[in-house]
Design a protein around this ligand. Structure first.
Ligand SMILES: Cc1ncc(COP(=O)(O)O)c(C=O)c1O
Length: 390
C-alpha cells in the first residue's frame, strides 16, 4: 500500500530517547536515560483521596467544558507569577501541547526559530514538523552567548527564541540574571518572542531563583509550566502564561486540537494545591532528589576522578557530563552492553555533531543503582580508552 504522507512526517529526527526508553523497558537495564520522575514517589494516596473528593462534585464534571481550563486551577497557577490574572493562563495537555499551540500560532514554513544549543529533543522535533529553520546558539553554564545571539537576531530575524533557563534539559544549567537581562533587551529590540519553558524550576536543591523572562519582559514572553515533574506526567496538565490577547488565539488553537484537557483531573489538581498536599509532596521530592543528586556526583568523582567534568546541578533532573577524550555515542553503545543507559549529547543539537558529553538522569534510579550504573559506565570507558576506538 502506498500512502501519500505529508512532508512534515519525512524530516523527523531519530527519536533516540524514545528508542532508549523502549530498550530499557524490555531489558533489565539501569537507566539514566529518561527525564523521568521516580515513580515510587508518586503521591498515590493523596491522589486517591482527591479523586474521591472530586467525584462528590457530581456527574456534571464529566461533561464538555471550556478550552481555557478550570477557573480555580487557572487562579491557583496565576498566583505563582507576579501581577498575573487567571485570564493570562491557558491549561494545556502538558507543556508539550503548550509548545505545539505556540508553533501553530506563530510559525509558517521557512520561519526562523532560535534554540539553545544543546536543547530539549522533543522541541527540536516539533519545530521540524513546522518546516522552520532552526538556529542553535551556544549555551554555557551562565546562559547563552549574547554576542552570538545578537548576530543571529540581526541576520536571521527569528520569530521565536525557545529557552529552558532554569535547570535546563539536557545540561541542568541555569542562566544568570545578567544574561537574562541582556537577552530580554535584545528580544525587545528585535521583536522576538521568548518561549520560556520551566518544567524543572520547582525542583530546586540549592541556590536561589532569579527573575524569569516573564517578569523581565512580560509583553514578549510566553511561559510554559507543567505538573509532570512535580505531581505526575500522566495527569497531562500543563499551562501557558502569556498576555491576554495571545491567550485568546492560543485557546482557539487548543479548541481545534483537542477541545479541552480533562476537567476531572484539573479539579483533582486544584484540590491537591488548595489543601497543600502538592507543596508538601514537592518538599519531600526535593529532599529525596537532592540525595540522589549527591549520590551521582560522588559516584562520578569516585569512579572517574579527573576523567570527567561536570557541574553539580542546583536543581532539576540531569547531570551534563564530559567524558574526557571519548565520543559519548561509542561510550553509550558499550555501556548498553554492560546494562546501563544514558543519552549521548549529539541527540540534543540542532546540527548533528559528535561530542564527549552525555546527559545522565539521577531522579529515577535508587542510590544503589546509581553507584552500580556509574561503575559499569567506568568499565565501558576503560575498555574504550584502552582500545583504539576513540
Ligand atoms: C524541557 C521540557 N519541556 C517540556 C517537557 C514535556 O513536559 P510535559 O509532560 O508537561 O508535556 C519536558 C519533559 O521532559 C521537558 O524536559
Amino acid at each position: 500500500m502506498y500512502y501519500s504522507f505529508a512532508r512534515r512526517t519525512k524530516n523527523q529526527r531519530r527519536s533516540f530517547v524514545r528508542e532508549i526508553l523502549d530498550l530499557t523497558q524490555k531489558r533489565s537495564i539501569i537507566s539514566f536515560a529518561g527525564g523521568l520522575p521516580d515513580s515510587k514517589l508518586f503521591p498515590a494516596k493523596e491522589i486517591e483521596q482527591e479523586i474521591n473528593e472530586t467525584l462528590k462534585l457530581g456527574k456534571e464534571i464529566f461533561q464538555y467544558s471550556s478550552a481555557q481550563g478550570v477557573q480555580e486551577l487557572r487562579e491557583e497557577i496565576s498566583k505563582e507569577y507576579i501581577d498575573t490574572e487567571k485570564e493570562e493562563i491557558l491549561i494545556t495537555s502538558g507543556s508539550q501541547q503548550g509548545l505545539d499551540l505556540i508553533c501553530k500560532t506563530f510559525l509558517d514554513k521557512g520561519d526562523e526559530v532560535v534554540v539553545e544549543s544543546p536543547t530539549y529533543l522533543a522541541a527540536l522535533n516539533l519545530f521540524d514538523m513546522f518546516e522552520v529553520q532552526i538556529t542553535g546558539v551556544e549555551l554555557t553554564n551562565r546562559g547563552v552567548d549574547t554576542d552570538k545571539l545578537e548576530k543571529i537576531f540581526e541576520t536571521k530575524k527569528p520569530k521565536l527564541f525557545y529557552t529552558i533557563p532554569t535547570f535546563q534539559n539536557p545540561t541542568g544549567w541555569s542562566w544568570d540574571i545578567e544574561t537574562k537581562e541582556k537577552v530580554a533587551k535584545l528580544a525587545r529590540k528585535h521583536g522576538v518572542v521568548i518561549i520560556e519553558d520551566t518544567p524543572y524550576s520547582k525542583l530546586r536543591y540549592s541556590g536561589f531563583e532569579s527573575k524569569n523572562f516573564d517578569e523581565l519582559l512580560p509583553e514578549f514572553t510566553i511561559s510554559l509550566g507543567t505538573f509532570s515533574k512535580t505531581l505526575a506526567p500522566d495527569f497531562r496538565i500543563g499551562w501557558i502564561k502569556a498576555p491576554k490577547e495571545l491567550i485568546k488565539i492560543l485557546q482557539t488553537m487548543k479548541e481545534n486540537s483537542d477541545l479541552q484537557s480533562s476537567r476531572f483531573f484539573q479539579y483533582v489538581a486544584v484540590n491537591l494545591i488548595k489543601n497543600k498536599k502538592l507543596s508538601l509532596h514537592v518538599q519531600s521530592l526535593i529532599e529525596v532528589y537532592r540525595n540522589k543528586r549527591d549520590c551521582m556526583a560522588n559516584a562520578l568523582k569516585e569512579e572517574f576522578g579527573d576523567d570527567v567534568e561536570f557541574d553539580i546541578p542546583k536543581g532539576g533532573m540531569f547531570f551534563w557530563v564530559k567524558f574526557t577524550g571519548i565520543d559519548s555515542m561509542k561510550l553509550f553503545e558499550l555501556s548498553i552492553k554492560k546494562g546501563v543507559a544514558f543519552v549521548p549529547a549529539e541527540t540534543f543539537f540542532s546540527e548533528i555533531k559528535s561530542s564527549s558529553y552525555a546527559r545522565l538522569n539521577f531522579t529515577s534510579s535508587s542510590c544503589t543503582q546509581i553507584q552500580d550504573g556509574i561503575k559499569r559506565i567506568k568499565e565501558a570507558y576503560e575498555a574504550l580508552s584502552s582500545s583504539c576506538l576513540i
